[in-house]
Design a binder for this molecule. Sequence first.
Ligand SMILES: [Zn+2]
Length: 295
Amino acid sequence: MPELPEVEITARRLGAVLAGAEVESAMAPGMVALKTIDPPLSALVGRTVTGTRRYGKMPVVAFSETPSARTRSGAADGPLSLLVHLMSAGRLQAFDKRASLRDKASRVLIRLTDGRELRLREFGSKQRAWAKLLPDDEVSEDEMVATLGPEAWPAPPLPDLAAAVDEPRHLHPLLRDQRQIAGIGRQWVDEILWRAKLSPFKKGSELEQAEIEALYDALAALGEAIDHYEQVVGAEVPNKLPMPLQVHKREGEPCPRCGTTIEAVFFAEHQTNYCPAEQTGGRVLKDRRLSRLLK
Ligand SMILES: [Zn+2]
């Protein structure tokens, strides 16, 4: 499940290896993956990759204007960008060889004239990852981008962070709400709350100034993860990144800071892990119903 640090290293590595590459053809075998129809994917043919960037958990691959744009001035010839949402199981990767058309994981394929291929793939049976091909200057207006809260890394200034979390909701879903703060998902939220010594079930609007400062400091975990990936990830980003997680999915193991056994609360589709000694005043939260009684 790629979150801000994983998407950041993906964008950096793709930008480095793809810059200047020219598109030969493009297609979307995952019929529902491409959410835009105009311009069509074929509009990428002849353009070159100019760079990559990231909004929250969404990578963007930018393409040049068409070679003919200098002589014709239609808006359709201007720079285009592919905005991608990886959801929980998508990966955006460059490959030296082209995918077999039987590769059921392929959602969008962009073939390059040098023989390589940029591929949006998705593991598992669900088709949830998506891409939008947009004029580059319209990406920031796309509803998924325009509604994002401040980026979680680098951490927003304290007053902005305080405003972003000033909601009467539990911190665990609140920090994963991309409209409040962008880039955090189910894995890094556990790490950030553990670092800040905050209960996942504390409400954002109930945080004291010192707790907001602790949350601010804890967001550094995202930057440290990016630094870690810079050290261990080569030119090719693997399917499974070596995530430097200390508490997420570590129930039963000792807390790296105080030695208390890490606990878990299970939800339908995910789980949250925490150190009871340092985050919930010693209380072990058995399930969601019980957790509602404990603030
Ligand atoms: Zn602990």
